[in-house]
Design a protein around this ligand. Structure first.
Ligand code: MN
Length: 740
């Protein structure tokens, strides 16, 4: 096991200015925090963060990264909090450790191949500092190096995740060595048999090939040196995993596979790269189609090198990579090569443009590069679609990843999971805590939707959600709900009409009459009548074509007698107003349509000039294409509808006591014409908690002013009390409610 002083030595070797005390403090802190925790191998837990930190010293990373590596599992696995790390080690390190804690969630995600790309994006979205990714990769590398201690069932899953997510990520970050090691370790556990077979064969070959490698190294070095090129030439057998991939890709057997040797030629200058290429191509036979110039066209991750394959001595295929030292460092360390020099000390030539003091601009550019794939196709795809930083990635409680646009709400999340989940959502828990459905989700949030069956989404949600899917579904659901309301209304109107015509209502008969009504379904008819598009009398006539008009003569008479459209047994209007004795009325509440002010799902409006307030007995008048207009029963305006009984509806108040609402009323007031009279009227109404909407002068004489006041009150009792107050003022000679 590595020791703390060894780690400090490693850091000092490349960074003599390191804050040794800080490193030691972090070590002691992590050791205490992890206490007696053990790794699966039985080793003390602290050995893991120590090894992770050591891996990062190979990349020559800064103190903050090394310290964060030492602390990387403390928030996740111990009592430590972000605040404590901020306090003891500063916010920069706290931020890094927190980033790693968030990513830790990923390891819990049940892996689905289709999600790999999303998961890589999530990593990038969470890690707003590239150092978080570097620590995460080192963490994964150490876990892979010690994977044999894990339970067998877990190994394959972790290995697969490494192949799908972490190895490609390392590749995109330009860290080829790290990628290859991760792939090899993963391959060993993911396909143990294939791995072993290739490994055995490679060992066999390496005994035979050692002379071949040596021979090529020597021959090439000599040729280059006679041409005045200073170069280092290193050959090796390729890794088991890359051989396996090639076998899969080309469906060839191991025996047929010829290029298992790779050589790296590192030279001093750019010109020397091309000179070397010329010498290689004139010395050995070139394998067509294998030449790639990543120097003139670098990869997205900044990788630059010349690749070519030749037929070497002994007819072996040999792959060569030719590059300068700068290019080699980037090829090996990738992004970390930039990170090392991020304070601008010794920028590699390729990164000169990033020497700006603004590290974040550099980070952003790097992360953008990362989000782009290697191929032109992938690049296009990513520029077309939203980039990852416009997205948030959240999880279901079962670990399914849901990608949403920025500013998405739990409602969007619910609809993304399933339309039915969205339609029945009534609440949400984010990371175990109940939050309003209108909150904004953040990366890595685990979201649980609380549902209630039979619920339908309020139309106001449409304004809140950000995804098209949610918006369309809400619109659909609201439309269905409104249609249902209209159908319910229509049903009542039709039942009423049948009674008025002295016929019995039956759904079966109505269904049989659908063709005559030119409607497809029963609900179509009900909704059409509810919306006022179809006259209820026509429905009765469609069901009873033989019906003769004069039989309905009684309808109007009933109304005049104070009965209601022939409804028997005192089934009059039903009012439900808290604290009102009129509320009971002795009627059948279920027959009346509940009215809840303006703004509900039913298209309800109040009669012009006065309206109605709770406590008034009310009647609804159906106006085709408009909806229901509510009148107080005493309103003289109602006489206009005496001849149209089918338009009259039983309605009752249904006041929501939790959410009191004001209703419109109108007063005619006559005041004595003297200074301050208007002010007195306004004061009385204001002090009685009335809301004046508008005031106008309706008539003038020398002594009096007649005015019309539109105001809003809570209910009839409130209105009456305002009227009484007004009447006590000597300046007011008369108060009259319009419609009163
Ligand atoms: Mn760890």
């Amino acid at each position: 096991m590595m020791r703390q002083y060894e780690l400090v030595e490693k850091v000092k070797a490349y960074n003599p200015q390191t804050d040794e005390a800080l490193l030691n403090r972090a070590y002691v802190y992590a050791m205490r925090a992890h206490g007696h925790q053990k790794r699966a191998s039985g080793a003390p837990y602290i050995s893991h963060p120590l090894e992770v930190a050591a891996i990062l010293t190979d990349l020559k990373l800064d103190d903050a990264t090394i310290v964060a590596a030492l602390l990387h599992d403390t928030i996740e696995d111990t009592e430590t909090t972000r605040e404590e790390i901020d306090r003891l080690f500063g916010a920069e390190i706290g931020h890094l450790v927190e980033g790693l804690t968030k990513i830790q969630k990923l390891d819990l995600v049940s892996k689905k191949a289709a999600q790999a790309e999303n998961l890589r994006k999530l990593l990038l979205a969470i890690a707003d500092d590239v150092r978080v990714l570097l620590i995460k990769l080192a963490d994964r590398l150490h876990n892979m190096r010690t994977l044999q201690f894990m339970a067998e069932a877990k190994r394959a899953r972790i290995a697969e995740e490494t192949l799908d997510i972490y190895a490609p990520l390392a590749g995109r970050m330009g860290m080829q060595d790290l990628r290859e090691e991760l792939e090899d370790l993963a391959f060993r556990h993911f396909s143990p048999d294939a791995y072993q077979a290739i490994k055995n064969r490679l060992e066999e070959l390496s005994e035979k090939s050692e002379p071949v490698i040596g021979r090529i190294e020597k021959e090439l070095s000599q040729k280059l040196s006679t041409s005045g090129i200073h170069a280092s030439v290193k050959g090796r057998l390729k890794r088991a995993y890359s051989i396996w991939k090639k076998m899969e890709r080309k469906s060839v057997s191991f025996e047929q596979l010829s290029d298992i040797f790779g050589f790296r030629v590192v030279v001093d200058t750019l010109a020397a790269c091309y000179a070397t290429l010329g010498i290689v191509h004139t010395t050995w036979q070139v394998v067509p189609g294998r030449f790639k110039d990543y120097i003139s066209t670098p990869k997205q991750n900044d990788y630059r090198s010349i690749h070519t394959t030749v037929v070497g001595p002994g007819k072996q295929r040999v792959e060569l990579q030719i590059r300068t030292e700068d290019m080699d460092r980037i090829a090996e360390y990738g992004i970390a090569a930039h990170a090392i020099y991020k304070d601008g000390r010794a920028l590699p030539s390729s990164a000169k443009e990033s020497s700006e003091s603004n590290v974040y601009a550099w980070l952003r550019r790097t992360l953008e590069t990362l989000s782009e794939g290697d191929s032109a196709e992938e690049f296009l795809e990513h520029t077309k679609l939203e980039l990852f930083h416009d997205q948030v990635f959240c999880f279901t409680p079962k670990g399914q990843l849901i990608a949403l646009p920025q500013n998405a709400t739990p409602i969007d999340f619910a609809y993304a999971v399933h339309t039915n989940v969205g339609d029945t959502a009534v609440g949400a828990k984010v990371n175990g805590v109940l939050v309003p459905l209108v909150s904004t989700l953040r990366n890595g949030d685990e979201v649980e939707i609380v549902r209630a069956e039979g619920q339908s989404p309020p139309s106001a949600w449409e304004e809140i959600v950000v995804t098209g899917k949610a918006r369309a579904a809400i619109r659909r659901a609201t439309r269905a709900a409104v249609r249902k309301q209209y159908a319910g209304l229509g049903q009542k109107i039709i039942e009423r009409a049948f009674e008025r015509f002295g016929k019995e209502f039956s759904e079966e008969r109505l269904k049989a009459a659908l063709p005559r009504l030119a409607r497809a379904t029963l609900e179509d008819v009900l909704a059409a009548v509810g919306r006022g598009e179809m006259y209820s009398g026509d429905v009765v006539k469609a069901v009873y074509p033989d019906y003769r008009e004069e039989q309905a003569a009684g309808a109007g008479a009933n109304l005049a007698e104070g009965g209601w459209f022939g409804v028997k047994g005192g089934q009059g209007l039903v009012f439900k107003v808290p604290g009102s004795s009129e509320g009971d009325g002795g009627g059948d509440m279920s027959r009346a349509i509940p009215i809840r002010g303006i703004g509900g799902d039913l298209p309800v409006q109040f009669a012009p000039n006065g309206g109605a307030v709770p406590g008034d007995r009310i009647i609804g008048i159906l106006t085709p294409g408009v909806g229901i207009t509510i009148y107080p029963i005493q309103s003289p305006a109602l006489t206009a509808f005496d001849d149209e009984p089918e338009r009259w509806l039983d309605v009752r108040w249904d006041i929501d006591e939790q959410h009191p609402q004001r209703f419109p009323a109108q007063l005619n007031i006559t005041v004595i014409n003297e200074p301050g009279a208007l002010a007195q009227v306004a004061t009385v109404i204001g002090e009685s908690d009335g809301n004046i909407d508008s005031m106008s002068i309706a008539g003038k004489t020398a002594d009096y002013r007649e005015m019309v006041i539109n105001l809003e009150v809570w209910d009839l009792k409130h209105l009456n009390s305002i009227i009484s107050q007004l009447k006590t003022k000597p300046v007011i000679s008369a108060v009259q409610r319009v419609n009163g």
